[in-house]
Structures are given as C-alpha cells and as structure tokens.
Design a protein around this ligand. Structure first.
Ligand SMILES: *[C@@H]1O[C@H](CO)[C@@H](O)[C@H](O)[C@H]1NC(C)=O
Ligand SMILES: *[C@@H]1O[C@H](CO)[C@@H](O)[C@H](O)[C@H]1NC(C)=O
Ligand SMILES: *[C@@H]1O[C@H](CO)[C@@H](O)[C@H](O)[C@H]1NC(C)=O
Ligand SMILES: [Zn+2]
Length: 506
C-alpha cells in the first residue's frame, strides 16, 4: 500500500481503466473519498475522485472522476456524485445471537443482565432455529448501518447444534465476521467437546467471509486449569485469527486483564487479542498492551448503559477499537458509538483542565481520530491492515453516504459530515468484499420478508416467556460471593411524587 498509488494522474487512470476491463469490477466515480494515507497515517480526503473495485479488493483510487465512457469492458459504473465514500465500520465486540431480546433490556443493569439475558441463563429460551435467525437478523442490522466487519463473541456454544447455528448464520449473512467460538463451562458439553467441535469446524472452513476465532473468559478464574491450557494451546497451534475475552474488573471482578493473559503466556504472541471493555485497565496493563501490540474494544454505549463507566479508557485509545456489545439494548451502529465516544472523551479530558479552574486551550480529540478509531483501528485490532481503510489492495468493504441528505447538506469536511452529522438513514450503498449488501438504501437479501417473519416468530415467543419471568433480585453479594449491590438514586423528570431527589415541594 504505497501512497503514490493513491493519487494517480488521469493518464495513469486511463491506462488502468483499460486493464480494469475484467469481470467483477466496479468503478465508483465522482464522489469524495475518505482514503487512508499510509505515509501520514491519517485519513486523506480525495474530492471528486474515483475508486476501482476489482473482485474483493480495491484496485486503485484516483483524484479524478472518470466519465463513463473512459471505461470499457465488464465494469459496472456507480455514480457517486455528491456522495461521500468511506470504509465500512468495524465492530470489535458483539453478541449477535441476542437480537431477539430487542428492547427488553432498556433499563437493565449488568447484574440483571447476567441473570436474565446472558449466555449463562438464556439457553432454555432458544431452539437452534431461534439462534440462527437471531444471529442472522442482528448481522443484517449491522450491515444496514454500514458495519461491514464484526468480531462476534459467540457465547451461545451450549451444544454442537447451537454453536453450528450461529456460525451458519454468520456465513450466510454476507458480512465479514470473525466468529469467536466461546469456550465455557456448559453442562453436558464441556470445553474438551467444544474444542473438538472447533477443530472440526476449522478443518471444514473453506475460504469465505467468516473466520473462526476463539473467545474465552476464564483466564483469571482458572489460570492453572486444564481448560485454560487447552484453550491456549489450541490458539497457538491453530494460529487462530483472533482471540477475545471480556475484561471486566472493578467490583465485578470478572478478570481477564492483560496481566492475567500475559501470565498464562498468550498475550505476547502474533495472535491478535481483543479485550472488550477494559474499563478498569491499570497503567501496567496498558503498557503490556502497547508492548505486545494488542487491543481493547471500547463499547461506549454499553459501558454507560450497564454502568462499567470509563475511568481509564481515554488513556489507551492508541491500542483501542470500537464495539457495540449487546445490540438488543441500544444502537447497533459504530457511527453512534464513535460519536458518543468522541464527546465522552472530550468531556473526560476537558474535566482534567476544568478541575484546575483553567480554560481548555484546545480540543483534545479530533473527528479524524474518532474516524480512525471506528475504521482502521478495528482492522489493526484484528491484525488486518487491509480492513477499515480505503487504499489500494485493501478489502473492498465500502460505505457510500448520501452527501445531499438533509442532515449533511452543506458539508465541506466529509469526515465531520459523517462522524457528527450523518445517520444510518444516509447510507446509500454498502459493499462487503466487493459485493453490494445494501444498495440504494435497501439491504440486498433474497426473501427478506420471509427472514423478518421467521425472526418475528422467534422474538415474539422468547419475549413473551421473558416478560413472564420475574426479574432477579438485586441484593446481597453478586453471585453470592462478590461485592454487595448498592443503592442507585432513581431519576424521575417529572415534578411531584416519585423523584429520587427527596421531599416533594409540590
Ligand atoms: C423501564 O423502567 C420503567 C420504570 O421502572 C418501567 O415502567 C418500564 O416498563 C421499563 N421498561 C422496560 C422495557 O423494562
Ligand atoms: C464457508 O465456510 C463454511 C464453514 O466451514 C462452510 O460450511 C461453507 O460451505 C463455506 N461457504 C462457501 C460459500 O464457501
Ligand atoms: C514479547 O516477546 C518478545 C520477543 O520474544 C520479547 O522481546 C519481549 O520482551 C516480550 N514482551 C513482553 C512484555 O514480555
Ligand atoms: Zn460482551
């Protein structure tokens, strides 16, 4: 990926255009391209440019628009006049299988989640068909929102059938999914059985958009155990594409810190490792991530919704990417995460200055950096420099935004237009691996109505059962052994009765 290839002259383009006359080529022309410049390591805005997709990759990007007749042969020309062209977003933490719970967890807490929606308790609600359709529809939701790559922490591996259903849905979705099979303690289907299924799946995996990964959350609880060493050995000997774990400490004490992964000998390896949340990262843990070039996945909306908060996250954004987490409770799109996180980080850093009664002398976090976090950094977290960028030889995972939408009209900076003004409704086209998955504002899915109907049937049944299930009590120590629950002031925005603020002055 050399930067001289980014800005070609028109002569060079005409030369290339002749070469480009082969099957499966697409020419996006006339748009503003937010490319990536390897030399400056910054986004590079190319106005009125064009981009040739050949097969699954970007062939070239030029700083000139091409007239339709400049291209001959089997090249599909997509007119992007007035539009903004960006890489697809990368989500480095999600649980796709939970889509059927949509809107049930809108006021939930992390502790309530454990006992109501998590992999620990949800299995009896599902059949493998429910699991398949929930995963599939959740990925469609992501594609619709311009999320083209997902690292799925798949902790629905309760039986062989359930595991296979989630993998099949990922393969069928048309998204680029790093499907991380969770090795976890399940009755009648232990980690050795899960590992043997993983090996079978890996050997049957032909090259397509879904890649098998590993998820494991017991590095801290069981550092010396046979299961942990079996998982570490599997990761090493298969040279797995990615390994992910929930790093949730603070009073929850779920562990999986960089220190703990380093202790079992897995952090310092060529395997990309993504620690989700990492909201209680220590200074030592942060340095370990830097020295081993491993990443965290900040899931801003999740950490605010559930209450992990972000005491230290603003101090590790050089080894960070963005994720969504439980999309049944809130936004599915990385655009919203990027915007929330941009402003949350600004708030956090401004606070340092204001705490000293000083006037902030600059803005701490630019839209360009937020854009990189939502795109290229996700690729880096997955060890993939060819994801999350528009550059020659990168994968053709592309989003085309309607630059004349009411929300963006009048932009001069396309990065600000996307990060701070656009919405998912402004996405016209999404391509993954060079193929349209959304076109002219609509998902490209055969029989989508049938898929929706199947999904609604599963969602209705599961939601009805859950609504009849009493909420878990939130008192005593967490899991019977942890820190105790504490009171939360309830906020009611209406005057009079029921506010948590104390006596009423009605
Ligand atoms: C959210 O909380 C309010 C107040 O407790 C309740 O009325 C509402 O039903 C809750 N919504 C959901 C989806 O749980
Ligand atoms: C993709 O990989 C899956 C999982 O191994 C396999 O079952 C499927 O046939 C592959 N699909 C294509 C189109 O190669
Ligand atoms: C990681 O491994 C490299 C190469 O073996 C070594 O030089 C480096 O010190 C190790 N880093 C840590 C944090 O252990
Ligand atoms: Zn999670």
């Amino acid at each position: 990926m050399q930067s001289h290839k980014v800005a070609l002259s028109v002569f060079a383009i005409l030369y290339h255009a002749a070469v480009a006359a082969c099957a499966h080529s697409k020419l996006l022309t006339g748009g503003t391209i937010i490319a990536y410049d390897e030399e400056t390591r910054l986004p590079k805005v190319i106005r009125d440019g064009s981009l040739l997709v050949r097969g699954d990759r970007i062939d070239w990007i030029s700083d000139a628009a091409l007239p339709d007749n400049a291209v001959t042969g089997d090249v599909e020309v997509i007119d992007c006049t007035d539009n903004i062209i960006t890489p697809g977003f990368i989500d480095t933490h999600r649980h796709g299988w939970q889509t059927v719970f949509k809107t049930l967890g809108s006021n939930t807490t992390l502790a309530e989640y454990f006992f109501r929606y998590s992999a620990l308790v949800a299995q009896p609600l599902f059949t493998p068909e429910d699991l398949y359709i929930s995963q599939l529809v959740g990925i469609h939701e992501a594609l619709n929102a311009g999320v083209t790559t997902i690292l799925d922490h798949a902790h629905h591996t309760w039986t062989r059938e359930f595991a296979a259903a989630g993998l099949d849905a990922s393969v069928d979705s048309g998204a680029r999914v790093f499907w991380a099979y969770a090795f976890q303690n399940v009755e009648n289907f232990g980690i050795p059985d899960q590992i043997s299924q993983w090996r079978e799946l890996a050997s049957a995996m032909s090259s397509n958009l879904t890649t098998l990964g590993i998820a494991y959350d017991d590095f801290t609880n069981d550092p010396e155990g046979a299961d942990t060493s079996a998982v570490v050995n599997l990761a090493r000997e298969s040279n797995v594409a990615v390994l992910t774990a929930h790093h949730v400490d603070g009073p929850w004490m779920l562990g999986n810190s960089p220190e703990d992964l380093h202790r079992v000998g897995i952090l310092n390896s060529s395997i990309p490792i993504v620690l989700s949340h990492a909201t209680s990262l220590t200074p030592r843990g942060a340095q370990l991530l830097r020295s081993t070039n491993q990443h965290v996945s900040v899931t801003p909306e999740s950490e605010m919704h559930y209450g992990h908060l972000h005491p230290t996250s603003h101090l590790i954004l050089d080894q960070a990417s963005l994720g969504v987490d439980t999309h049944f409770t809130f936004s599915t799109d990385i655009l919203t995460q990027a915007r929330m996180w941009l402003q949350t980080t600004r708030y956090r850093v401004y606070e340092n200055t204001l705490d000293r009664w000083e006037i902030p002398a600059g803005n701490p976090f630019s839209v360009n950096q937020a854009f990189l976090l939502a795109t290229r950094n996700g690729g880096l977290a997955l060890g993939r420099k060819d994801l999350g960028v528009l550059a020659p030889d990168a994968k053709a995972d592309i989003v085309v935004w309607d630059g004349r939408s009411p929300s963006m009209l009048g932009w001069s900076d396309p990065i600000a237009a996307v990060i701070l003004h656009a919405s998912v409704g402004d996405i016209e086209h999404v391509l993954v691996d060079g193929e349209f998955v959304k076109r002219d504002g609509k998902l490209v899915i055969d029989g989508y109505k049938g898929v929706q109907d199947r999904f609604l049937k599963s969602a209705k049944r599961i939601q009805e059962t859950l609504k009849k299930t009493p909420l878990p009590p939130q008192e005593g120590p967490l899991f019977g052994i942890g820190y105790p629950y504490g009171q939360v002031m309830e906020i009611d925005v209406q005057r009079d009765e029921g506010t948590g603020y104390g006596p009423s002055y009605a």
